[in-house]
Design a protein around this ligand. Structure first.
Ligand SMILES: NC(=O)c1ccc[n+]([C@@H]2O[C@H](COP(=O)([O-])OP(=O)(O)OC[C@H]3O[C@@H](n4cnc5c(N)ncnc54)[C@H](OP(=O)(O)O)[C@@H]3O)[C@@H](O)[C@H]2O)c1
Length: 245
């Protein structure tokens, strides 16, 4: 059966999802399946895109994960909990929003930290941080956010530099900012890295490069590290399951 999928976002350069699904279709012999990139300069173009393409499913990426919700008929519990959508399923003319970043991060983190439940610092307050916080809630891990501007629920990076002992309390540090992502290889969150120890866990949602500067600084201090590649694969597999359910 002919089925069409794709990715919306802007700008769309190299896409992991397109390569991933095209390879999957090939491996499964699904020659009548397509996965196209739909770079939308504005979500105002979304209704026309839906009208002109007989779609089964879409992935959603930056900057539309939250704003696309206004164009959907309903949200499943994962998207509702996170307040962001990265997967859309077209079901009998209805558009249903899902979030697979959240369960994917949860599974990947769980495999990383095992039974330990270290308090966490969540760096960044964007869409990805919401998926991360939903997972931390489920895993009953306490956390505090870190933002460029201090708020009631977030330390600023300056506060961490001025009070480096904060890192003694928070042994899990999760980077949800794009810092360190290719081609900005020489950037990393502004942390007191000299406070890291071998009892710290550093998780970077960035997956390209494999070892970001953030993770490399952690490794130098003997901290355990994990990048976002496994999460990326899990979220794509979960999207495939949703489209086939
Ligand atoms: N592995 C995966 O499967 C997966 C899934 C989803 C996302 N990701 C990755 O996660 C990252 C974040 O995604 P997102 O959608 O949340 O992105 P985003 O909304 O563009 O940015 C996240 C947050 O990072 C902080 N930030 C942005 N630029 C910064 C800078 N120059 N310095 C310091 N902080 C900065 C901001 O928080 P403040 O304003 O509070 O500082 C921002 O809200 C991306 O690299 C994305 O590729 C990976």
């Amino acid at each position: 059966m002919e089925r069409h999928f794709g990715l919306i976002g802007y700008p769309l350069g190299h896409s992991f999802s397109q390569g991933y699904f095209q390879k999957k279709f090939e491996a499964l012999g699904l020659t009548d399946h397509t996965y196209n990139l739909f770079p939308l300069t504005s979500l105002n173009e979304f209704p026309k895109l839906v009208q002109n393409n007989k779609l089964t499913g879409l992935n959603v990426t930056i900057p539309y994960k939250q704003d696309v919700i206004a164009f959907l008929d309903s949200l499943d519990t994962s998207a509702e909990k996170v307040g962001a959508v990265n997967v859309i399923k077209f079901n009998n003319g209805k558009l249903i929003g899902h979030n697979t970043d959240y369960p994917a991060f949860k599974k990947s983190l769980d495999a990383f930290i095992g039974q330990t439940k270290p308090s966490a610092l969540v760096l960044g307050t964007g869409g990805a941080s919401k998926a991360v916080m939903a997972a931390l809630d489920d895993l009953e891990i306490e956390y505090h956010q870190v933002s460029r501007i201090a708020t009631a629920s977030a330390f600023s990076y300056e506060q961490l530099i001025l009070s480096p002992d904060i890192l003694e309390e928070f042994k899990l540090i999760i980077n949800t900012t794009p810092l360190g992502m290719s081609p900005q290889l020489d950037t990393c969150p502004n942390l007191p890295y000299d406070q890291l120890t071998d009892s710290h866990y550093l998780f970077d949602l960035v997956y390209n490069p494999e070892t970001t500067l953030f993770l490399s600084k952690g490794q130098q201090a003997g901290s355990k590290t994990k990048n976002g590649l496994e999460m990326l694969h899990i979220q794509a597999d979960l999207a495939w399951d949703i489209w086939n359910a």
